[in-house]
Design a protein around this ligand. Structure first.
Ligand code: ATP
Ligand code: MG
Length: 574
C-alpha cells in the first residue's frame, strides 16, 4: 500500500508551483536581497566519473539545474576526476547521456577538475611558500598512527617544520616523478588537535603513477578530492555549491583553503542525500552488483541507475516529478520506493496508450462464433486522453485470456470467469463459460469453451443486464508471441544493508525473484511495431515498454515498468 509521506521540503500545489520555498531557495533569495554574489545564481553538478548515475544523483541534478532555471542562472557540469585508477571515459559518456535524458542542458559549460590540475598545483605551491603546507615522508600507516581519534588529538608529523624551501623542492620532485607511489605526500598545516578530523593536516597531494583518462601520463601526483572540489567551485565562480550532508564537516577545510589562497568563495550548502527503500544508492555497491554479475550491467532494468530506469521504460518526466515531490531537507531519511513508482504511474497514466496482452495464456473457444469469421472492434487508446483516439482490435472464435482470470471453484469475491458465469470481454462481447476442458493426464485446464451473446457487441447488453467482471483478451490467430519480463524489487529488505549477521554482505539480501521472464506471452498485433522506449499500459497488468537492447524489428521484448496500483484492479466497463 502507498504510505502517505510528509514531504519536508516544498509541497507542490495543484499547478505544480512551489507553494513555499525550500531552505536552499530561502538562502538564495536572502543572498539576492543582500546583494551577495551580485544577484547571480550559478550552480554545478559535480559527478565523479567512477560509475553510472543513480536516482540519488537525479535529485542533485534536478536541484542544481532546477535552481539555475528558476532563478535565471546557470548550472555547470563538472567532472571531479581526481582519482584516475577508478575513473573511465565510459562513465563520463554515460553521465552526459543521462543528464540530457533527464532534460537538462549545461550548454557550453562542460568542465573537468583535471582541467585545473596546473592551477591547483600553483595553489599548492602558494600554500607551501606561505608556510601553510609541507611535504611529509610518513607512510600511510604512520600517518594513521599520528592522526589521533575522535576523542584524542593527533600528533604533529616530524616533517611538519621542515624548511619551506625543502618542501618546495621535494614537491617539485614529486611532480617530476622522482619518487615511487606512496613515498611522500603534500599536507596542509592546519591543526593536529582539531576536533574536526578533516582539519588534522589533511593530505593535499598523493603520488600515483597512474594513467588519467584525460591528462594521460602528464601527471604522477594527483590532488585529493578535498583539495580540488572547493577550488574548482571557486575557479568557476559558483555561487551556491550544493552538496550532501556528509560534506558539512569538510566545509571548514574548504573555507580554510579559500581563505589562505585568497580566492573567491562560493557558499556551500548541504542537503540530505536521497535513500530509497529496497534498493541502494551507493556507486561502490552498484559496482559490486555489476562486477559480480548479480545483474546484467549498469543498465539492467532492475538497477536504480538512470540508464537502468531508461531501459526499463521510466519516463524522465516521472523522475523529475518524483524529485519535486520529495523536496530537499536537512536531515537524512529513507523514501519509500512506492513514492517513485507512484510518480511513474501518474505520468504514464496520462501519457501511455492502452493495449491488450496476455501474460499467462489460457485458450478460450467461443463455440457459437462461426468458424473462419473475424471482425474488428473499436478500442479506446487512452480514457485519460480523448485526443489519443481509438484503434481496431481483431476478434475471432479462438481467444486467449489470463489463466488467473478463470477459477473452476471460485471463492465469493471472485468476479471473473467460472463455470456458468458471464463476464465482459473488454470492447467485445459478454461471454459465458460452458465448460473447462482438462488434460486427462495432468488434470490441468487446457481450454475453456464459452458462448457469446452477439447482442452485446462493444461490451454492453441492450437488455441492461450487468456483469461484474471485465477481462482483457487477445485473438489467438492474430496475436503474436513475445517475451515479457516482470520485475520485482532488487532486494528483499527495505534496507539492503540490514544483514542477519556480520559475515554477510548486502548481496545476501538480493531478491532471487527480482526478474521473471515469460517467454511466450500473447500480445495484441499493434504492439508488434512498438518502438523501444515507448510506454504502453497493458490493460490490468501495468505499464510496459519494449526493451531497447534486446528487441529486434517486429520482435519486441517487453519490460514491465511498474504494475498498476492494484495489479488486478477492476476495469470499469464501457
Ligand atoms: P557514492 O557515495 O555512491 O560514491 P558520490 O556522492 O560520491 O556517490 P558523486 O559522483 O560524487 O557520487 O556525486 C555527484 C553529486 O551527486 C554530488 O554533489 C553528490 O552530493 C550528489 N549525490 C550523490 N548521491 C546522492 C544521493 N543519494 N542523494 C542526493 N545527492 C547525491
Ligand atoms: Mg562524491
Amino acid at each position: 500500500m502507498l504510505r502517505t509521506m510528509s514531504t519536508p521540503g516544498k509541497e507542490p500545489t495543484a499547478e505544480g508551483e512551489a507553494a513555499r520555498l525550500n531552505f536552499i531557495e530561502e538562502i538564495i533569495e536572502e543572498h539576492a536581497r543582500t546583494g551577495k554574489y551580485d544577484n547571480r545564481v550559478h550552480t554545478r553538478f559535480p559527478p565523479e566519473p567512477n560509475g553510472y548515475l543513480h536516482i540519488g544523483h537525479a535529485k542533485s541534478i534536478c536541484l542544481n539545474f532546477g535552481l539555475a532555471e528558476k532563478y535565471g542562472g546557470q548550472c555547470n557540469l563538472r567532472f571531479d576526476d581526481t582519482n584516475p585508477t577508478k575513473e573511465d571515459v565510459e562513465y563520463v559518456e554515460s553521465i552526459m547521456e543521462d543528464i540530457r535524458w533527464l532534460g537538462f542542458d549545461w550548454e557550453d559549460r562542460l568542465f573537468f577538475a583535471s582541467d585545473y590540475f596546473e592551477q591547483l598545483y600553483e595553489y599548492a605551491i602558494k600554500l607551501i611558500e606561505d608556510g601553510h603546507a609541507f611535504v611529509c615522508d610518513l607512510n600511510a600507516e604512520e600517518m594513521r598512527e599520528h592522526r589521533g581519534t575522535l576523542k584524542s588529538p593527533g600528533k604533529n608529523s616530524p616533517y611538519r617544520d621542515r624548511p619551506m624551501a625543502e618542501s618546495l623542492e621535494l614537491f617539485k620532485k614529486m611532480r617530476a616523478g622522482e619518487f615511487p607511489d606512496g613515498a611522500r605526500t603534500l599536507r596542509a598545516k592546519v591543526d593536529m588537535a582539531s576536533p574536526n578530523l578533516n582539519l588534522r593536516d589533511p593530505v593535499l597531494y598523493r603520488i600515483a603513477h597512474a594513467h588519467h583518462h584525460r591528462t594521460g601520463d602528464q601527471w604522477c601526483i594527483y590532488p585529493m578530492y578535498d583539495f580540488t572540489h572547493g577550488q574548482s567551485d571557486s575557479i568557476e565562480r559558483i555561487t551556491h555549491s550544493i552538496c550532501t550532508l556528509e560534506f558539512e564537516n569538510h566545509r571548514p577545510l574548504y573555507d580554510w583553503f579559500l581563505e589562505k589562497l585568497e580566492i573567491y568563495r562560493p557558499q556551500q550548502i548541504e542537503f540530505a542525500r536521497l535513500n530509497l527503500s529496497y534498493t541502494i544508492t551507493s556507486k561502490r555497491k552498484l559496482l559490486t552488483l555489476v562486477t559480480d554479475n548479480h545483474v546484467s550491467g549498469w543498465s539492467d532494468p532492475r538497477m536504480p541507475t538512470l540508464s537502468g530506469m531508461r531501459r526499463r521504460g521510466y519516463p524522465p518526466s516521472a523522475i523529475r516529478l518524483f524529485c519535486d515531490r520529495i523536496g530537499v531537507a536537512k536531515f537524512n531519511s529513507v523514501i519509500d520506493m512506492q513514492v517513485l513508482e507512484k510518480a511513474v504511474r501518474d505520468e504514464l497514466n496520462a501519457q501511455a496508450p492502452r493495449r491488450m496482452a496476455v501474460l499467462n495464456p489460457l485458450k478460450v473457444v467461443i463455440t457459437n462464433y462461426p468458424e473462419g469469421q473475424e471482425e474488428t472492434l473499436e478500442a479506446i487508446n487512452n480514457p485519460e486522453d480523448q485526443s489519443a483516439g481509438t484503434r481496431q482490435v481483431p476478434f475471432s472464435r479462438e481467444l486467449y485470456i489470463e489463466r488467473e482470470d478463470f477459477m473452476e471453484d471460485p471463492p465469493k469475491k471472485f468476479f471473473r470467469l467460472a463455470p456458468g458465469r458471464e463476464v465482459r470481454l473488454r470492447y467485445a462481447y459478454f461471454v459465458t463459460c460452458q465448460e473447462a476442458v482438462k488434460d486427462p493426464q495432468t488434470g490441468e485446464i487446457v481450454e475453456l469453451r464459452c458462448t457469446y451473446d452477439p447482442a452485446t457487441r462493444g461490451g454492453s447488453a441492450p437488455d441492461g443486464r450487468k456483469v461484474k467482471g471485465t477481462l482483457h483478451w487477445v485473438s489467438a490467430q492474430h496475436a503474436f508471441d513475445a517475451e515479457v519480463r516482470l520485475y520485482d524489487y532488487l532486494f528483499t529488505k527495505p534496507n539492503p544493508s540490514d544483514v542477519d549477521d556480520e559475515s554477510q554482505e548486502f548481496t545476501a539480501n538480493l531478491n532471487p525473484d527480482s526478474l521473471e521472464t515469460r517467454p511466450s506471452c500473447k500480445l495484441e498485433p499493434s504492439l508488434q511495431a512498438a518502438e523501444p522506449g515507448k510506454q504502453y499500459q497493458f490493460e490490468r497488468l501495468g505499464y510496459f515498454s519494449a526493451d531497447p537492447a534486446d528487441s529486434q524489428p517486429d520482435q519486441p521484448v517487453f519490460n514491465r515498468i511498474v504494475t498498476l496500483r492494484d495489479t488486478w484492479a477492476k476495469v470499469k466497463g464501457k
